[in-house]
Write a new protein. Structure first.
Length: 135
């Protein structure tokens, strides 16, 4: 997948189904750093969609190795990496998902770096973008 320059990617914005039920939605993010990052250094992402969804940084799940992982488990992980050329896949639990159409999505991504003093962490990356859910 070719990643766009924007933090919030236009591709990958979709509702998530488990069986016959829509349980939330998924979006893709671009790594804002100049290199990949150990997944244990992700401090979460808050997500706001229109005036419908507003979740704190510890609610969304991150997809690694084909499974969704909560922030607490992610912080304890070993060997998982968010590679520079791969999207960060984030799932937001939201029963019923989002209606098809254009939505304004706002995120605040929190990342730590092992070489930055703790009093200056986490680094915050904010972005707002209009993206479309087809179904």
């Amino acid at each position: 997948m070719f990643l766009e320059r924007e933090l919030i990617q236009s591709q990958g914005f979709t509702n998530v189904r488990e069986g016959d039920e829509v349980t939330g939605f998924r979006l893709h993010l671009r790594m804002p750093s100049y290199r990949g990052l150990a997944a244990s250094l992700i401090d979460g992402v808050s997500v706001r969609v229109d005036d419908v969804v507003d979740v704190d940084h510890d609610t969304p799940l991150w997809r690694f190795d084909g499974r969704d992982i909560g922030i607490d488990e992610l912080r304890l992980s070993d060997g998982l990496r968010w590679q520079l050329e791969e999207p960060g896949v984030v799932t937001v639990p939201h029963p019923g998902g989002l209606a098809p159409g254009v939505h304004e999505v706002e995120v605040e991504l929190l990342l730590r770096a092992s070489y930055i003093p703790i009093e200056h962490q986490p680094s915050r990356y904010r972005s707002t973008r209009k993206v479309t859910i087809v179904r």
